[in-house]
Design a protein around this ligand. Structure first.
Ligand code: NAD
Ligand code: ZN
Length: 342
């Protein structure tokens, strides 16, 4: 089968013929239909410090996908060939305390599909049945292919109640934009999104941001005044991984404000802890999606009319993957979806 492989410990990905995966008794074999390119795949493509220490080569990469089940292991009772499914990208150990208690997103021994085990940028993928999400009827395939990052957005945006609250989102990447759409749909009053990339701020506007802010030209304090806000943002969703953005967020929260932090800082960030202490801020780290509460919430949000399709800005055949990665490097993209069906 064809697959995108990290073949060499250097920049790039290579489209190669590799053996089709086999399945064990608890696994499900899926014919991949569409995949999304994630920032993680960009790190692996570029072969940065994180990728070098995390990804053994050779490795089939990719973890955002939708596909059709073609075979199930002898122990798999609940799935059958023909079903349209995605895979949760985190394969957990299943026997640590958190896993045993049903808090699988908190497993201390998580493996990543397309990072530490063969991924989805391929014609077929095998995943454990415990990682399979059977899509409800009516979810468009393109949208189903990005449930993984959509799940990051939903998990973060719904970590703290947003109904009637003023929400600040730093970073209008695909996940920040989806989080803006979710927060608005979930009843937030103002959803203010910051970035330093005007192209992406336009995208955030399209999906429901009440106000976008290019922090190179405008101050959040002034925007608060313009909106008639008095005490600062109630909820912050950090989705840039940028130190300045995080500090700006802390400085603009209300007393008792709550911050959910998804963005991954590439290095240590120093902050003024006095603001955290005297303003009694809560800061919570978010990793991945809740299994499978987030997947359920995503489905219900879409069935309730949430539209995240504008976030998908590029649709390409998998053979054009280089073009897809170029779009990701350019900063002028939302989600890039690759089609594996022809
Ligand atoms: P992205 O890199 O596409 O988007 C980040 C955005 O932040 C960019 O548009 C960038 O221009 C913007 N930005 C840079 N400096 C800024 C500043 N000073 N103020 C405001 N915005 C600024 O990333 P993404 O794919 O949307 O993901 C969002 C973040 O979440 C990334 O940091 C990513 O690594 C992280 N992530 C975390 C998890 C997790 O499980 N914790 C999962 C997926 C992604
Ligand atoms: Zn575990």
């Amino acid at each position: 089968m064809k697959a995108l492989v990290k073949r060499h410990a250097e920049k790039g990905l290579w489209l190669e013929d590799v053996p089709e995966p086999t399945i064990g008794i608890n696994d499900v074999l899926i014919k991949v239909l569409k995949t999304g390119i994630c920032g993680t795949d960009v790190h692996i493509y570029k072969w940065d410090a994180w990728a070098q220490k995390s990804v053994p080569v050779p490795m089939v990469v990719g973890h955002e996908f939708v596909g059709e089940i073609v075979e199930v292991g002898s122990n798999v009772g609940v799935f059958e060939p023909g079903q349209i499914v995605s895979g949760e990208g985190h394969v957990v150990c299943g026997h640590c305390r958190n896993c045993m208690a049903g808090r699988r997103h908190l497993c201390a021994d998580t493996k990543g599909i397309g990072v530490n085990r063969p991924g989805a940028f391929a014609e077929y993928i095998s995943v454990p049945m415990t990682n399979v999400w059977h899509h409800a009827d009516g979810i468009p395939l393109d949208v189903a292919s990005i449930f993984d990052p959509f799940g990051n957005a939903v998990h973060t945006a719904l970590t703290f109640p947003v109904l009637g609250e003023d929400v600040l989102i730093t970073g209008a990447g695909p996940i920040g934009c989806m989080a803006a759409a979710v927060a608005k749909h979930a009843g937030a009053r103002f959803v203010v999104v910051t970035d330093v990339n005007p192209w992406r701020l336009e995208l955030a506007k399209k999906v429901g941001a009440t106000r976008v802010v290019d922090v190179r030209n405008e101050k959040l304090a002034d925007v608060q005044k313009e909106l008639g806000m008095v005490e600062g943002f109630d909820v912050g969703l950090e989705m840039s991984g940028n130190a300045a953005a995080f500090r700006d967020m802390i400085a603009n929260m209300c007393h008792g404000g709550k911050i959910a932090m998804l963005g991954i800082p590439p290095e240590d960030i120093s902050i003024d802890w006095n603001d955290v202490i005297f303003n009694m801020l809560t800061i919570k780290g978010i990793y991945g999606r809740q299994m499978y509460e987030t997947w359920y919430q995503m489905t219900v949000l879409l069935q309730g009319g949430l539209d995240i399709e504008p976030i998908i800005t590029h649709r390409l055949n998998y053979r054009e993957y280089e073009k897809g990665f170029e779009a990701m490097f350019s900063g002028q993209s939302g989600k890039v979806v690759l089609d594996w069906t022809e």
